[in-house]
Write a protein that binds this ligand. Sequence first.
Ligand code: NAD
Length: 278
Amino acid sequence: MVDSVKLNDGTTIPQLGFGTYLVPPEETAATVGAALEVGYRHIDTAQGYKNEAEVGEAVAASGISRDEIYLTSKLHNGFHRRDDVIRSFEETLEKLRVDRLDLFLIHWPLPTRYDGDFVSTWKAMLELKEDGRLTSAGVSNFQPDHLQQIVDATGEAPVVNQIEVHPYFRNEAARQASHDHAVAVEAWGPLGQGAVLDDATVAQIAAETGRAPSQVILRWHLERGDIIFPKSMKRERMEENFAIFDFSLTPEQMERIDVLDQGAAGRQGPDPDTFDMV
Ligand code: NAD
């Protein structure tokens, strides 16, 4: 049974979901359909993944009621201006075939673009919330000072900050800043995009617990309280990643994984302070 995490606007989100980054559009409907059959009820997509329409197709074909599936999408980096936020959000609703989205995120802060102005973008996200078609607004890849700036300007904290977090890159400064603002952390690339799966310490703990390396890593995230949505296109891996609520790690096993952190060298993705791709 997947646990829920309560967000700072009173809503809840399933702590385990399914990621769709790099799932090709032509394979997305079948992949997300399989994930829904396995039991996932939280799907993470983005305008930039170019597979929202196929996610919508899978949700519609599943026959599962809309209220039982938590849907997240993210604003394309090219659409930070207010009118683009509104227009592209409407396209997202259409593609996903829904009249309300659970969570919409600013995908990247892009502090070196748009004259460093992500505050207007955040205000446009709050507008969407006011008109009722968006339930919760959040951000992704926001560094501590980015979070501080939007909270100072609007008095409204995002419900989540979706940041890269895994054993090789714990990203504790951004995690701590999120918690300081009562913002839940979503850990993207929870398996280090595959990089942590072959780790020797993880393999040892997998042997001790009789679990797969992926399950050990995902369990480490759950016990830290973060929200995760690992991606796999293979059904048996989807099932493996879903079966992590019936065991736990000891404090000593948690610590052995904690010390695998390599700081910035462990990042698999770009640095949000300099990333500027639109
Ligand atoms: P991930 O950490 O989920 O790793 C995915 C890789 O691990 C794939 O190669 C997959 O084949 C492999 N894998 C998955 N389960 C496995 C298993 N049980 N055994 C062996 N191999 C397994 O990486 P990700 O997909 O990049 O991250 C998860 C999700 O986070 C994405 O799909 C996306 O939704 C989101 N994301 C967001 C951002 C952002 O900027 N906000 C960036 C990257 C990813």
